[in-house]
Design a protein around this ligand. Structure first.
Ligand code: GLU
Length: 527
């Protein structure tokens, strides 16, 4: 796993020092996901206007300052400040608008080394810079073609073809009719790329603009309005909200955890969307392979339900320890408002319960820990619903193209709601006509948007890589789902009541048992 972070301030003065710190801090927030190298790009000062008779500057904006380092983020921090000192970069310089990008890399192509770290560049002058999460599967063909067109490559990454392609598209347009917008360049680049990616583009040809796009990998936009009325509510069209010239800060990140300390207004970018920030305003376009021009789309901002404390370790040594101890609380929030007077209320499933009860089987589909949570739940789901339950590891289902029928209820489980194989299996189940239910910890995630209905586990942000509280909350959600589906059965009523009272006492049982899993095993759910 790896991380992307970008920051753009608009109509609010920010010193270079501040921008650097926001970017570096963004990377620190992404650190927990693992990485082997990192990098950032900010703007240098604008060069003095060329003397009469001498060549004009190659681009309108300031040349970028690019810093890349292998190893820990603190290595990058040290090398940034050493270089700043050495080159006498003015950290007090203030910008009314400035676009910066940052990346933590987990190498897939090429060893961890500064030249392989991101931002990757189009070449001399850094006319196009790109940070990338994912893998470009056709990079060898693209590299060959670009080499034939005179490009030379400095890294061993698959990513380097992207900024070079952008420059190729840009130069070609300029050799021809003339102007090309940043989003047209990115649209053409996307047409050539195969594989999975979340990308951010920065270019001195388009100063103070940023473009993000994605296919397969997660990418979030965050909007922090700094004056006037804050939106405070969901369902605001992001374009309408941002095209007001008011001071604001905009963020891109591959992870909500890096954005939450700045703003709670966010948008989960969808596959094939091109998000263009220009003049402080956000436009969203939808890339379509078969169309020359992307269509403009309206998207609404959501409000994040996460507190800054959740991304801090507090008094614990590490996040996993903190999250283990948070389980009594996370289970309480998972159950809050959902268990009343001996009944289970799951708003997200209500409309679909009849269809689920009539289904021929329930198929749990997930990967890793989520799959294991479903495996633990299988017994009581079958017991309480009377419906046969089968299990599928998402990738295996896809490899086999295993049978999924219209009469199936397919339950997809993913903490992040962005697990690539689970999402591909979801597309497959949708094509086959199954009713698709999502169980996720992330409101607004791709899984929650693409399924017919679902349940939010509401366990709070989980940062530790080994799942703890999300795992136990997933099991409890599956227990509540089974109770809701089976709630029309008289014969199991006493059993359901015993389980509900067992669920109520779970948070306090954690204090008596060594782990929440032991508490779960001893509760009525498994007996
Ligand atoms: N495939 C790219 C590389 O190796 C990106 C890896 C990542 O997602 O960090 O540079």
């Amino acid at each position: 796993m790896c991380g992307i972070f970008a920051y753009l301030n608009y109509n609010v003065s920010r010193e270079r020092r501040y921008v650097l710190e926001v970017l570096l801090n963004g990377l620190r927030r992404l650190e927990y996901r693992g990485y082997d190298s990192s990098g950032i790009a900010v703007d240098a000062d604008l060069p003095a206007p060329p003397a009469p008779g001498s060549a004009p500057a190659p681009y309108a904006g300031a040349p970028p300052l690019v810093y890349r380092q292998e190893g820990k983020i603190e290595n990058l921090v040290r090398s940034v400040y050493a270089e700043v000192d050495e080159k006498d970069v003015n950290l007090d310089a203030a910008f009314n608008v400035h676009a910066g990008i940052a990346h933590t890399r987990w190498a897939t192509h090429g060893v961890p080394a500064p030249r392989n770290s991101h931002p990757q560049s189009s070449g001399a002058g850094d006319e196009f810079l790109v940070v990338h999460n994912g893998i470009i599967t056709n990079y060898e063909v693209l590299k060959e073609t670009l080499t034939r067109h005179g490009f030379t490559f400095e890294s061993d990454t698959d990513t380097e073809v992207i900024p070079k392609l952008a420059k190729f598209v840009f130069d070609k347009a300029h050799d021809g009719e003339g102007d090309v917008t940043f989003s047209q360049v990115v649209n053409e680049v996307m047409r050539q790329l195969e594989g999975a990616y979340a990308l951010i583009f920065k270019s001195p040809h388009y100063p103070n603009e940023l473009i993000a796009c994605k296919r397969g990998s997660t990418l979030i936009l965050g909007v922090n309005e700094l004056s006037g009325q804050k939106s405070g509510k969901s369902f605001n069209d992001v374009k309408a909200l941002t095209a007001n010239g008011k001071p604001k800060e905009l963020f891109f990140s591959s992870d909500l955890c890096a954005i939450v300390e700045h703003t709670k207004n966010y948008l989960a970018i969808e596959d094939n969307e091109i998000v263009h920030i220009k003049d402080g305003s956000v436009s969203i376009l939808k890339f379509d392979h078969d169309k020359e021009k992307p269509a403009s789309v309206q998207r609404a901002l959501s409000v994040l339900e996460m507190e800054v404390e959740q991304i801090k370790k507090g008094n614990y040594d590490h996040f996993m320890q903190k999250e283990i101890h948070e389980q009594p609380h996370s289970l309480t929030t998972t159950m809050r408002g959902r268990l009343k007077d001996g009944a289970v209320l799951l708003g997200g499933l209500k409309e679909h319960l009849k269809t689920i009860r009539r289904s021929r089987r329930v198929v749990f589909i997930g990967c890793g820990t989520s799959y294991n949570a479903a495996l633990a739940a299988r017994t009581f789901v079958e017991e309480l619903t009377g419906i046969p339950v089968t299990m599928e590891v998402a990738s295996d289902l896809l490899d086999r193209q295993g049978p999924i029928y219209r009469e199936d209820t397919a339950v997809f489980v993913s903490q992040s709601g962005e697990t690539a194989d689970t999402l591909l299996a979801l597309d497959y189940a949708l094509e086959n006509g199954a009713l698709c239910v999502g169980i996720t910890n992330t409101v607004g995630s791709t899984l929650s948007r693409r399924t017919h209905c679902g349940i939010h586990i509401n366990a709070g942000c989980e940062i530790g890589v080994a799942s703890t509280k999300a795992y136990t909350s997933q099991i409890v959600v599956m227990a509540m789902m089974a109770l809701a589906i089976g709630s029309d059965q008289i014969s199991t009523q006493a059993r359901r009541e015993a389980i509900i009272s067992g669920l109520f006492s779970l948070p306090s049982m954690f204090l008596l048992e060594s782990t929440m899993y032991h508490a779960l095993c001893r509760s009525a759910i498994f007996h």
